[in-house]
Design a protein around this ligand. Structure first.
Ligand code: SIN
Length: 467
């Protein structure tokens, strides 16, 4: 069994599959270059005294704007409280309140405070620390530093992976392969994702013939730090959960109290205000001296940019943050190609619909990673087949399409812009898997004629408006 990727979904799958032997295939050590490590806000789970899975399900369905898969939502959310126990068992140190209970934060469109966090705003890093330690203690998991380049399919089912290690091509037979490769943010100029998040897993899945779903739904986070770096540092929604508000250069709180509306709504409002010529800032001054202890990583990010959030508003702009679409999978994480599984951001389980509820992604990655790991381990290993000698596919060139993606597939799309994107990407697609993926995204966006959730097309009526 091969797991491609070194973030939360991949590590949870490897641990859940134990003692079945697993090869963890990633070009760099687990955790390095993984978006999971950057996750600030936290992990949503209905563990509060005034909370319940039913309320969490309701909030998730509402944010998803009518396009969630209700059964998947129910299963994943119901697994949340148990997942928290599992994580505590792995040694994850979530923040607690003064009386030793788990501290729960509030984020946009959650009706209850239910976001578990660690070291204030370093939740992903703390979860990864504990999972990496658990993986190191598990002898059935072998790390192979190599780059997956092709999923081999034989007789309609997965037969293995071709990977490269330097100049050497590795032929790795396997009947079960999990894609846990993260998202696509780095296909855009402004992104909160690591630079390597160019949709590599989607390219592998597409080439293997797997069905992809909901590709047009890309979530833009409204408050990335307005900087000039390749990845924009995130200013977590949890900062608004603690009382910060969005203002413009005149100090006007232009959202009129709607700062914790669903993320798509806030991103569009920020985008519209900026398009109208305003500058936008996150004003966290009312949090006061507590900012530094509640948000140590964000404090450091701001300090590096020369900003003190205790007395200065933080300049922000929207950035590509999360892909709701992905490899279509069933409840066990299996794609339309037998033996090919996907978990985490690369997968489309139906949990997020048209707009992901904040902090549901770590929950999904961990729950679905573990489900997929167990499902793969339960399948027969089968006989290893010899993988074909074949030329490797071309390397993706994301830089070639970033301008097109950013101009035409951003926060607000237009029918003419989508048509232009399709034409431009069609011309670039031969020989560039990143352009092929971009083309599929643009075609999906063009095909969806109404605005819904994160897919907003100027001049089209919103079918299901996230409340
Ligand atoms: C954030 O901390 O604002 C991001 C959390 C998430 O994307 O779920």
């Amino acid at each position: 069994m091969i797991i491609i990727g070194g973030g939360i979904a991949g590590l949870m799958a490897a641990l859940a599959a134990a003692p079945a032997p697993v090869v963890l295939l990633n070009p760099v050590a687990p955790g390095e270059g993984a978006a999971s490590v950057w996750s600030q806000g936290g992990l949503a789970a209905a563990v509060g005294a005034d909370d319940s899975p039913a309320l969490h399900i309701r909030d998730t369905l509402k944010a998803g704007a009518g396009l969630c898969a209700p059964q998947m939502v129910a299963e994943i959310i119901a697994a949340g409280p148990g997942l928290v126990d599992t994580m505590l068992g792995y040694g994850v140190r979530f923040d607690t309140d003064g009386s030793g209970r788990l501290a729960l934060g509030l984020e946009a469109a959650h009706s209850r405070p239910r976001i578990l966090h660690a070291n204030g705003d370093q939740t992903g890093a703390e979860i990864m620390r504990a999972l990496i330690a658990a993986v190191r203690r598990t002898p059935s998991i072998r790390f192979l530093p190599a780059q997956a380049r092709h999923i081999c399919v034989s007789g309609g089912a997965v037969a293995g992976v071709l990977a490269t290690q330097g100049d050497e091509v590795l032929r790795l037979p396997a009947r079960q392969v999990l894609l846990a490769t993260g998202g696509i943010g780095a296909l855009f100029r402004d992104s909160t994702n690591p630079p390597g998040a160019v949709g590599f897993g989607l390219m592998l899945a597409a080439a293997a013939g797997a069905r992809l779903k909901d590709l047009e739904f890309i979530q833009f986070h409204p408050t990335a730090l307005a900087a000039n770096t390749p990845s924009l540092p995130l200013i977590s929604e949890a900062v608004r959960g603690e009382g910060a508000v969005l203002i413009d250069e005149h100090g006007d709180a232009f959202l009129n109290g709607g700062d914790l509306a669903p993320r798509d709504t806030v991103a569009r409002a920020v985008f519209a205000h900026q398009t109208a010529g305003h500058q936008v800032f996150l004003d966290a001054r009312r949090i006061g001296a507590r900012f530094a202890t509640r948000f140590p990583a964000i404090s450091e990010i701001c300090a590096k940019a020369g900003i003190n959030p205790q007395n200065q508003p933080i300049p922000v702009r929207p950035a590509a943050h999360y892909h709701m679409g992905g490899v279509a999978v069933d409840a066990s994480g299996q794609s339309s190609v037998p033996g090919l599984f996907a978990a985490g951001e690369v997968a489309c389980t139906g949990l997020h619909g048209a707009n992901r509820l904040a902090s549901n992604s770590l929950l999904e990655a961990a729950v679905c990673g573990a489900v997929a790991g167990r499902a793969m381990a339960a399948l027969p290993v089968g006989n290893a087949s010899t993988l074909p000698e074949m030329a490797l596919p071309p390397e993706p060139n994301a830089a070639a399409i970033r301008g097109i993606m950013s101009e035409h597939l951003g926060v607000l799309r237009t029918p003419a812009g989508l048509q232009r994107a399709v034409a431009q990407l069609q011309a670039l697609a031969p020989g560039n898997p990143a352009a092929e993926l971009g083309l599929r995204i643009a075609q999906a966006a063009l095909a969806r004629k109404t605005s819904v959730g994160a897919h907003a097309v100027q001049g089209t009526a919103a079918l299901h408006q996230a409340a």
